[in-house]
Write a protein that binds this ligand. Structure first.
Ligand code: AMP
Length: 113
């Protein structure tokens, strides 16, 4: 299987605006932002989608949420942000390497579209 765009960014074969990085994940700016703040929290481990994760990913998945909270605090948006995971093409997942969208800086409505 060919590498996804995110795998190439993780491997530093493609450029990205990296906001945060540690051993487990990378946080980059979305290239096509839908809000003033739109970041992607991407695990370095290749998991196609959240429904492919399993018990051994528990710590990794928890880490992604902790990083989301830290990044939101660092940006001063901790009181109003949204985390989104699109799972599967019918849910508008377009890159098949698990990622969490962190969106902030505009008004939100509910239910989401
Ligand atoms: P999803 O539709 O949930 O799979 O989200 C994929 C996201 O990746 C979209 O919001 C795209 O704008 C974003 N994206 C695609 N290519 C890049 C890239 N090279 N750098 C940063 N973000 C990207």
């Amino acid at each position: 299987m060919t590498d996804t765009i995110f795998q190439k960014i993780i491997d530093k074969e493609l450029p990205a605006e990296i906001h945060y990085e540690d051993d487990i994940c990378l946080v980059i700016k979305d290239i096509n932002p839908i809000a003033p703040t739109h970041l992607l929290i991407i695990p370095k481990k290749s998991i196609e989608k959240i429904s492919d994760s399993n018990k051994e990913d528990q710590e990794l998945l928890g880490h992604l949420f902790l990083v989301a909270g830290k990044v939101a605090r660092d940006l001063g948006v901790e009181d109003a942000f949204r985390l989104v995971v699109n799972n599967g093409a019918d849910a508008h997942q377009t890159v098949f390497h698990l990622h969490i969208h962190l969106i902030a800086g505009r008004e939100f409505s509910w239910p989401p579209g």
